[in-house]
Design a protein around this ligand. Structure first.
Ligand code: ZN
Length: 432
């Protein structure tokens, strides 16, 4: 699947990598290294029916910081993202609106691409839809069934059987344990499973939490050839597990997504991978905070989603949106307000005005040596990608307290490469 156009990323003098990231399973910040100069990242993509609300935008912009940090260290990055272009919520939305599910998926995915490009997010190296990966998914579910880790559950309303993942069997044969990725206890998982697309009440399952791997053909639902499984369509967690394992090393460096993916999605994607290969899926699991609206949780059911495309349509500068997102630490939950977007916009304008005042030349500057601003930003980002603190450093620079000698061109390159914010973009307008 095509991704989106890449933003300009100036190359900077190299600085050694010294990254620490907060890892969900360990519930602490841990050193995170590339291997032989290469790092690999999988960030779960959208289900294309409500793209792109600010919660999505926040997740992809925050992981974009990680990609940018690695690139600035000279690390080769292999970044994979999926599109869940077949799943219940997409079909439900298509049915409710009378749309064709394929057209809805394509239209929303295209909107997402435009939003990502507008927000200066570096595209993944591989952007893959679930539908194009179905043959590989079928192979893996067949394999899990042969291993005795997947089992059939008869479905009254289908021609064949559904396939479920056997948690107990996987635990007895692999290092994976239920809760070891998401870090939740059993009562919490019991309450989250049904809320987040699971089917705890389904008769015939061995454990209420066993997740669906393959759904047999139902009347009126899209279906594909499932080989020995029979016709049907894939479950959600196996999709990401298969895509990641077909396109990244095992284990890869970082698995990312919103904190609502801690369970069941990342728990079971990891479990499926370990059960199929005997190797852990990823070394680190990072979960971004949720974005609310005016103090309330943003949700489809409440209809209070703020879409990036709406903000763009009403003339908001995507760079101001990016500034607003980065003014929150990636792990924190926060709530959007128009007033905060206006503040972020003003802050961006102050930086742009400061760039105009920056010296045109700095005789001491060298193309090989990082300057004071690059050091300041990278050392802050190295500590768990602390973007809000990095933006505070930019405020200090704009007020003349940091890197006052750094040339205009170098400041522009450093800020653009590390934060994806272009201070030379457009003429700065007066804010006050
Ligand atoms: Zn995923």
């Amino acid at each position: 699947m095509k991704s989106w156009s890449a933003p300009q990323v100036p190359s900077l003098p190299r600085l050694a990598e010294s990254l620490e990231l907060f890892d969900t399973p360990h519930s602490t910040t841990l050193p995170t290294h590339s291997r032989q100069g290469a790092a690999s990242l999988y960030v779960c993509g959208i289900t294309p029916y409500d793209a792109t609300h600010l919660g999505h935008a926040n997740t992809y912009v925050q992981f974009d910081l990680l990609v940018r940090y690695w690139l600035a260290c000279g690390v080769q990055v292999n970044y994979v993202q999926n599109v869940t272009d077949i799943d219940d919520p997409l079909l439900e939305r298509a049915e409710a609106t009378g749309a064709d599910w394929r057209e809805l998926a394509e239209e929303q995915t295209e909107l997402f691409r435009q939003d990502m490009a507008a927000l200066s997010v570096i595209p993944p190296n591989s952007y893959l839809g679930a539908v194009e990966m179905i043959p590989a998914i079928v192979e893996d579910v067949e394999r899990l069934a042969e291993l005795g880790i997947a089992y059939r559950v008869p479905a009254e309303d289908a021609d064949g059987d559904d396939y479920y993942f056997d948690i107990a069997e996987a635990e007895s044969r692999t290092d994976w344990r239920l809760g070891s990725v998401g870090g939740y206890d059993r009562p919490t998982m019991d309450s989250l499973f049904g809320e987040r697309g699971g089917d705890p009440q389904r008769p015939g399952k061995r454990d209420r939490l066993d997740p669906l791997l393959w759904r047999a053909r139902r009347e009126g639902e899209p279906e594909w050839d499932g080989g020995a499984l029979g016709r049907g369509r894939p479950g959600w967690h196996i999709e990401c597990s298969v895509i990641a394992r077909r396109h990244l090393p095992a284990p890869f460096t970082v698995q990312g997504g919103g904190s609502d993916l801690r369970f069941p999605h990342h728990e079971f994607s990891a479990a499926h991978a370990t059960a199929a290969d005997g190797v852990a899926l990823a070394e680190r699991y990072m979960h971004t905070g949720m974005v609310g609206l005016d103090g309330e949780k943003m949700s489809k059911s409440k209809g209070n989603l703020v879409l990036v495309s709406q903000l763009r349509a009403r003339g908001e500068d995507p760079q101001a949106v990016r500034t607003l997102l980065l003014s929150h630490h990636w792990r924190t939950d926060w709530s959007y307000t128009d007033a905060d977007l206006a503040l972020a916009s003003g802050r961006l304008q102050r930086w742009k005005q400061a760039l105009q005042r920056a010296p045109e030349q700095n005789p001491g500057e060298s193309a090989e040596e990082p300057d004071e601003l690059q050091y300041a930003l990278m050392s802050i980002l190295a500590l768990d990608l602390n973007a809000p603190a990095a933006l505070d450093q930019l405020d200090m620079w704009a007020e003349g307290h940091l890197a006052a000698q750094t040339s205009r061109a170098r400041v522009r390159d450093v800020v653009l490469a590390l934060l994806g914010i272009d201070l030379a973009d457009g003429s700065p307008s007066s804010t006050d």
